[in-house]
Design a binder for this molecule. Structure first.
Ligand code: ADP
Length: 215
């Protein structure tokens, strides 16, 4: 069973202008359910664009993206929002809320799920410890290094144990030890039957994947 099927997808930015860019052209691929898939390829090959299309954060210019057999192009905005709640995202830019304490940034997606405050704190604390940055819990993202912010972005995505994790270059700012801690968390999510999709050219990540797709 496929988690995602991408059918003849093209994506054009700034179409019809002098800055027109075709980030993807006629791409077809499938990502198995429960796989640990790494999307790799040189900078500019369209990895971030593809991650955005898989996560229904953007729509293709041409072609179709199917999530568990469902065509995302046929879904309403409300339907897409519902699907996105089953996914966890790690953005290249982290997308943290600047003045919110670290633990609340991580626990934020658990609020609509009705998780009590004390449990949210405990989930955040435990993830921070496993990421090797327990000391950041009461700080705010603006006081942290890029590598710390990246790990907090990962902790937030993992807090809800998503069915599908989509991570864009999650180890790009990390030293080898921090990257290993993060990889262990990704493997744990994968070992529970969830699908992990990572855009990366980190060789360690590529070597641990069950599926490697090169763009
Ligand atoms: P990768 O993640 O592999 O580096 P991207 O998906 O970020 O690749 O980019 C693919 C191409 O699309 C690049 O040429 C990039 O400059 C272009 N691109 C990406 N996002 C935009 C955008 N929002 N507007 C215009 N061009 C973009």
């Amino acid at each position: 069973m496929s988690c995602f099927v991408v059918q003849s997808v093209s994506k054009c930015y700034k179409r019809g202008t002098a800055q027109e860019v075709w980030a993807l052209r006629d791409v077809s691929l499938s990502i198995p359910q429960g796989s640990f898939t790494v999307l790799t390829g040189p900078s500019g090959s369209g990895k971030t664009t593809l991650v955005g299309l898989l996560g229904a954060l953007d729509r293709p210019t041409q072609g179709h993206v199917l999530f568990q057999g469902q065509d995302l192009g046929a879904c309403s905005d409300v339907g897409l929002a519902r699907l996105r709640r089953r996914m966890g995202f790690v953005f290249q830019t982290f997308a943290l809320i600047p003045r919110l304490p670290v633990w609340e940034n991580i626990a934020y997606p658990l609020i609509p799920r009705g998780v009590a405050r004390a449990s949210r704190y405990e989930i955040a604390r435990s993830l921070l410890e496993r990421c090797g940055i327990a000391n950041t819990i009461a700080k705010t993202p603006e006081d942290l290094s890029t590598g710390e912010q990246q790990r907090i972005g990962m902790a937030r995505a993992l807090a809800g144990q998503p069915e599908v994790l989509l991570a864009d270059e999650p180890t790009s700012n990390l030293d080898a030890r921090s990257a290993d801690l993060l990889l262990a968390l990704l493997h744990e999510l994968h070992s529970k039957g969830n699908t992990v999709i990572v855009a990366s050219h980190d060789r360690t990540l590529v070597s641990r994947a069950t599926v490697v797709l090169e763009l």
